[in-house]
Design a protein around this ligand. Structure first.
Ligand SMILES: Nc1ncnc2[nH]cnc12
Ligand SMILES: [Zn+2]
Length: 321
């Protein structure tokens, strides 16, 4: 089994339905509109976000969040992952009545527990929600810049890509960049290649969340291959959300053979009936990758990780040559 690393997973989106049902009992909430027969219920991006927000709202205490991060990283480690970056969303914490600082430190505590038990390394990327507006995203960036948690090493933006102009969010990313945080932004998932080009032009990230619809423009694909920007690809998510009809039509192999640096990620695993392990299986079964090629993907992910040089070297050493 190849060793794995993950750069793109939303921690609230990683909560398994069983855990969410447990939280619903704890807080006396009715989960039936959003979870049926042990699975999340949604039919498009908007209803996916509704189910996601409902579930996120059931994590309210510091212990809830510590448990969530510990559960997820422990499950990753069991599947052969040695490194995990999780997206964390202070806006969701605020909705549940917890301060950004308490939320972040609790997730960090969960990561530390998983690390102590399994050896997996974990870091956090604070995200602002695009559909929450420019002010909210800048507030998230200011928090990321000064939160003082050593496991927060990046800043990004998630949420509904169909809303707002990327140019308006530049200041948020500058705040984060100035604080020394790694930069990633969701683009080219719900919207086409123009969105990826706008991200490169205005945000200048080292990584793009998804980015896969760059494939619609060969010049842009050449640009991405040339500048070495990493694509955080999430094929299972894309197929579940109907961005591409099936794996046979997913552009991962085309982007990879065009020289783009690609990685495999689970995004919101139980919503999309996936896991990091399953994404690597998709790489093997649908994209023709053997163990050596999959380990090379892991190497790309670790090289692109928002982690200090020493930890990165130690992780790369575990992959061998
Ligand atoms: N796939 C996705 N795209 C954008 N924002 C998200 N937040 C959680 N999952 C997301
Ligand atoms: Zn995502």
């Amino acid at each position: 089994m190849p060793l794995k690393a993950e750069l793109h997973c939303h921690i609230e989106g990683a909560a398994h339905p069983d855990l969410v049902l447990r939280q619903a009992r704890k807080y006396d909430a009715d989960p039936s509109p959003f979870i049926r027969d042990g699975a999340f219920v949604w039919h498009d991006f908007t209803s996916f976000l509704a189910a996601y927000d409902f579930s996120a709202g059931l994590f309210r205490s510091e212990e809830d969040y510590a448990l969530l991060a510990d559960h997820y990283l422990t499950s990753l480690a069991r599947d052969g992952a040695i490194y995990s970056e999780i997206f964390i969303s202070p806006d969701h914490a605020a909705g549940a009545g917890l301060s950004a600082k308490a939320y972040t430190d609790a997730l960090g505590e969960g990561i530390a527990r998983a690390t102590a038990r399994t050896g997996i390394e974990g870091r956090m990327i604070v995200v602002g929600l695009r559909h929450a507006g420019v002010e909210a995203v800048e507030k998230a960036a200011r928090f990321a810049a000064r939160c003082g948690n050593a496991l927060v090493t990046g800043f990004g933006m998630a949420g509904d890509e169909r809303i707002g102009d990327l140019e308006d969010y530049v200041r948020a990313f500058e705040i984060a960049r100035e604080a020394g945080l790694g930069i990633t932004v969701h683009a080219g998932e719900l919207m086409g290649w123009e969105s990826v080009a706008a991200a490169l032009d205005h945000i200048r990230p080292s990584r793009i969340g998804h980015g896969v619809r760059a494939v619609e423009n060969p010049d842009l694909v050449r640009r991405i291959a040339g500048n070495g920007v990493i694509l955080e690809c999430c094929p299972g998510s894309n197929v579940a959300l109907g961005v591409f009809p099936d794996f046979a039509n997913h552009p991962f192999p085309a982007l990879k053979s065009a020289g783009c640096k690609v990685t495999l990620n689970s995004d919101d695993p139980p919503y999309f009936h996936t896991s990091l392990k399953r994404e690597y299986e998709v790489g093997r079964d649908h994209f023709g990758m053997d163990d050596k090629a999959l380990t090379a993907l892991t190497r790309t992910a670790i090289e692109a990780a928002f982690v200090d040089r020493k930890t990165k070297a130690a992780l790369l050493a575990r992959l061998g040559r």
